[in-house]
Design a protein around this ligand. Structure first.
Ligand code: ZN
Length: 274
C-alpha cells in the first residue's frame, strides 16, 4: 500500500558542473543563487540544496560565499536549507564541513561512499571521512541527507548509523544517472526504495534527461523529488530552462493533477522530523 504524503520538492539551483557556457541561466554568484532559490520557493520548493562557486565560476567550498547566499535566502523566505559537503575538488575535510558547522542548516549532504566520476575524477568519501562527517553533523544538530549514487552506499550509511552516528528516521537522496553511478531506470529506483530501512524518507535525483522521468516515477511511488540546474539544465529536449523555478512549476502542475499536494517548508519539516 502506497502512502502518498505531501510531496517535498528540493531545488538544487547550482551544482559543480554547469557553467555560464552551458547555460547563461545557471546562477553562479551568491546573489544569483539566492534569487533563484527565492523564485523556486515561490513556485513551491520546500528545500534548497546549495553549492557555491568561486569568482571564476568553478566549484568551490568558499565559506564566505555560502554565508552570503544563506543570509540572503534566510532574509527572504523560510525554505529549508541543505548545504553540500562536496562542492569542490581537493578541498580539506575541515573546509567541506565548515559551512554546515558555522551556518547550522537543517540538512547537509552526506555522500555515502566513493565513486568514479567517469568524465573527470574520483569522488572521494573514505570511511574515516564519513565517520567524521556523521559525527560533526550529529554534534551540530544537522540532519544528513544520505546521498546514494549506488546501492552499496546504503550499506555504507547504515554501517555508520549502527555506530550511533546517524539518527533515525533516515532521509535518503537517490542519485540515478550520474556518470559512474547507478543508471536511471525504474527498476533501479524501485530497488533502491525497497533497500532502505522502513520508516525512512527518500527523494530522487535523475541526472540530465532522466530528471523528469525519475521525478514523476517518485511522485507516484510516494517518494520526494529534487530538480534544478545542478542536475539538468534542459526543461525539455533542446530548450534550456530560464530559471530553476520552471522545473519546480512543472512538478507542482503534474503533482496537483495527479492528486498529491505539495509540502510547504513547515510541512516538510514535520515529514522529515527536523
Ligand atoms: Zn549537490
Amino acid at each position: 500500500m502506497i502512502y502518498l504524503e505531501k510531496l517535498i520538492i528540493t531545488v538544487a539551483p547550482t551544482g559543480a558542473w554547469p557553467t555560464k557556457k552551458d547555460s547563461e541561466h545557471v546562477p553562479i554568484t551568491p546573489e544569483e543563487i539566492a534569487d533563484e532559490v527565492y523564485r523556486s520557493w515561490q513556485a513551491g520548493a520546500a528545500i534548497a540544496h546549495i553549492h557555491v562557486r568561486d569568482e571564476q565560476g568553478n566549484p568551490a567550498m568558499t565559506f564566505e560565499n555560502f554565508e552570503q547566499a544563506v543570509t540572503l535566502i534566510r532574509e527572504r523566505c523560510d525554505i529549508i536549507i541543505n548545504l553540500t559537503t562536496s562542492g569542490g575538488l581537493d578541498v580539506s575535510d575541515e573546509d567541506r564541513m565548515k559551512p554546515f558547522v558555522k551556518l547550522k542548516p537543517d540538512l547537509a549532504s552526506f555522500d555515502a561512499g566513493s565513486m568514479n566520476w567517469m568524465h573527470t575524477t574520483v569522488f572521494l568519501n573514505t570511511p574515516p571521512f564519513l565517520e567524521k562527517l556523521a559525527t560533526k553533523m550529529q554534534e551540530n544538530g544537522v540532519k544528513p541527507e544520505i546521498e546514494v549514487f549506488d546501492t552499496g552506499m546504503i550499506y555504507n550509511s547504515m554501517y555508520i548509523a549502527a555506530k550511533g552516528l546517524i539518527d533515525q528516521p533516515f532521509h535518503f537522496q537517490f542519485v540515478l544517472g550520474a556518470p559512474g553511478g547507478i543508471t536511471a531506470t525504474h527498476k533501479n529506483l524501485l530497488h533502491l526504495a525497497e533497500s532502505i530501512p522502513t520508516g525512512s524518507t527518500w527523494s530522487v535525483v535523475g541526472i540530465g534527461k532522466s530528471q523528469m522521468a525519475m521525478a514523476f516515477t517518485a511522485l507516484t511511488m510516494g517518494g520526494h523529488v529534487r530538480v534544478g540546474m545542478e542536475d539538468n539544465i534542459y526543461l525539455k529536449k533542446g530548450l534550456l530552462a530560464k530559471s530553476n523555478a520552471e522545473f519546480v512549476d512543472k512538478i507542482v502542475k503534474v503533482s496537483n493533477e495527479f492528486g498529491r499536494d505539495i509540502a510547504s517548508p513547515k510541512e516538510a519539516r514535520d515529514i522529515l522530523s527536523l
